[in-house]
Write a protein that binds this ligand. Sequence first.
Ligand code: ADP
Length: 347
Amino acid sequence: MQVEVRGLDAGYGPVPVLTGLDLTIPSGALAAVLGQSGSGKTTLLRALAGFLRPTAGTIHFGERLVVGPGTFVPPEKRKVGIVPQEGALFPHLDVTDNVAFGLPRGSQARVDEVLDLVGMRDFAHARPHDLSGGQQQRIALARALAPEPDVVLLDEPFTALDANLRQRLRAEVRDVLREVGTTAILVTHDQEEALSTADLVAVMRDGRLVQVGTPLEVYDAPADLGVARFVGEAVELPARAVGGDLVACPLGDVPVRGAVQGEAVVILRPEQLVLSCPVAVTDAQDTPQPGRGVVREASYHGHDSLVRVELADGSVVPVRVPGGTPPPLPGDEVVVGVTGSGRVYPV
Ligand code: ADP
């Protein structure tokens, strides 16, 4: 079911948190609302769930108006399922009773169905304290899905889990949500989680959505410098337009997408940078080779190494060197080249 938010204002007391917020989530999509702490993600979630009464704007679930002038559908009538951060299960009830909670009597078949869906049927009679954090979150998802909600809201549901489990569980949750086809909204401050899990990423800053797009769009074509810095690691260099689609920057002349004039900032991603050995001789004017620099730090991560190179102008750029190649050592002279194109923004 499509979720449509138009011109939404919401806050606590006189100070608004969300102002004029617009968001459309197509039916069946998983949208991530991504933003730093305090940007207003939870406030949006609460407005969608019905725990907070917006002061202006509308929210539609499909054709149904749930928030609007003179309309405020209470949480229990919204057909919304919620997966909170953690600790959502009743400790004194077993898994079956937790999932059946709030369902009409005689819903055992539905409980079995959702437990199958999340791969937890074997744990039907376990108590929450016998389950791992990841298993508990799967039960929380099963419980949210059991009443066949129109919309599922997930409030940082993986935060309390360790890194490996988090990755696995978010893929599982995404697959389950795809299978049932329920429209879902995931609130997260973790850009990697948003990019890897969602169909649509809505980047929130100071109570506004600054960009809504596919993971590829927000990573590859950030709407502004703030989004570029927040979504993934950004290599940020001073640049100057030199005609055509080129800017001059400390890495030499780099092709860019986006219009630019005069002074600007160019953004590249670390995986666009490649290291090579410096050529011994520079040209007749003794102009330094563009991109030439000195390795200041190299950290090994198995799948790759992150090498920080200080360029001639003092800028330090991170470069990812694929695993399997020994990374250069601090003090080594290198040349940083660029593949693909950058994005430019006004200063
Ligand atoms: P996020 O979920 O992105 O961390 P929140 O929606 O929780 O952000 O908070 C947005 C802003 O609203 C913050 O400035 C926060 O201090 C404020 N805020 C959140 N909850 C309340 C509340 N219950 N009363 C007053 N202000 C609040």
